[in-house]
Write a protein that binds this ligand. Sequence first.
Ligand code: FAD
Length: 347
Amino acid sequence: MITPQENFDLQSYNSFGLRVHARFFCAAQSLAQLKSALDFAKQNALPLLVIGGGSNLLLREDFPGLVLQIALRGIETVAEDEGSVTVKAASGENWHQFVCHCLQHEYFGLENLALIPGNVGAAPIQNIGAYGVEVKDFIDEVTVLDIATGDVQVMSAAQCEFAYRDSIFKGRLRAHKIVLSVSFTLHRKTQVNCSYQGLAQALPNNGANASPQEVFAAVCKVRREKLPDPVQLGNAGSFFKNPIISRQVYTDLQAKWPEIPGFEIPQAPQSIKVPAAWLIDQAGWKGKGRGGAQVYEQQALVIVNRHEASPQDIEALANAIIDSVWQRYQVRLEPEVQWVPAFESTQ
Ligand SMILES: Cc1cc2nc3c(=O)[nH]c(=O)nc-3n(C[C@H](O)[C@H](O)[C@H](O)COP(=O)(O)OP(=O)(O)OC[C@H]3O[C@@H](n4cnc5c(N)ncnc54)[C@H](O)[C@@H]3O)c2cc1C
């Protein structure tokens, strides 16, 4: 039995540090507590918002229902052979601590994803990625609770339909499943990925012969230099996804803007990924703002809560950026951050 708290301040539960309230809030530390919280929401006909660390959320207004934080803990090694190991982590484990745990046990692969804020349970939701690696490359299975039936189900990686910052949990199954745990298959032998230029440059000899520990340290160093720490300056990391456009549209843009960067997508040869940071920066947004919200001076992809921003300040700034990038390039930016209530395109 769990008793949710009423009129709960969510300021320290969202990394933007926005002053919004939940009508009810509780943190579930066991499956029984989680089910009890779901019963409470059902009996009181309350809308439900499931959260982890709140580091990928834009809470646009007070939430009129139950905010349920998943706080299930536990990490276990479930299978191991000479070359690989399967590790299962509960969704309430802190992501970076989990990466550290794996490295300490010499389970390799997740080093590039070090220091991403938030919890394990959210990692499959948007298929977190950084420095040339996506978490989908290591996810074996995701165990979920079906909100409607209360059944526990195991979904294979293929069933999760992972894509760039996307999965079935952001699409068809949005608000239908709660992630309980995630199983990862990792390397037992040293194997590093230094394919990302910015990472290779931060390592001796461009990453040749780098150890996983060195990759981990380099990732942490680069991230600390480039990204604002949400504890000091509220933010939710990259605010927008990098738009994926057709090769033809990219060629047309190149004719007008010869310096526009673009990256090949091996799985989609007719598409090109354009860095949203470049589009926003070139459109003159660095350091500009609306109310207390500002585009971070060192990284145009990040919106920061500079001076006690309201959710409306952040929304107004995000919409102004979307409009201006559209006017200039006819490229549509989409938020990576999850808006609550959901983002609706005005174009
Ligand atoms: C400084 C900074 C840097 C960042 N860098 C990166 C980066 O490099 N790469 C990257 O991919 N992301 C990055 N992010 C975004 C964020 O850290 C990730 O998206 C992270 O996975 C969010 O975890 P969370 O627990 O905070 O999720 P939350 O923000 O609490 O939730 C995010 C979404 O997942 C849903 N959700 C959360 N837990 C569950 C669950 N157990 N079951 C079902 N649904 C759930 C929520 O409803 C919401 O829709 C960054 C954020 C910050 C602040």
